[in-house]
Design a protein around this ligand. Sequence first.
Ligand code: UDP
Length: 141
Amino acid sequence: MTVQRTFSIIKPNAVKKNAIGAIYHRFESAGFSIIAAKMLHLTREQAEGFYAEHKGRPFFEGLVEFMTSGPIILQVLEGENAVQRHRDLMGATNPDNALAGTLRADYADSFTENAVHGSDSIESANREIAYFFAEDEICPR
Ligand code: UDP
């Protein structure tokens, strides 16, 4: 097991339903340390850039609309095997397939409005962290 960093977003629908504290509690209870955090209301440009790999897919426009519909919370989580363990905590992308007890089973409203984002690899985590955080905004314990 190695200590890793991963990038997480609490998406607009979860912020709107006042679930920030509950989700932070789940991160910390699962053994993650929150080592960077900020709230942003994404511009269209920021959202399109973040999801650039999905440009042209049928859901892209709706995803950008949703991600710019209200504030989000961004964080860097640190912990053992953080990328995969955080994906497990989130559950499947489509909440219909998310296991009971996962964040998406508890907080998603639809496939698009699925409450949380988490990096899918160490390479994605490094890119996504750098997209939103400067080095001096990350505060390891
Ligand atoms: N998404 C969607 N419809 C789809 C696939 C994805 O609305 O058919 C949205 C959903 O919000 C998802 C995001 O696009 O979280 C990014 O998709 P990805 O396949 O990268 O899933 P993730 O890594 O977020 O689980």
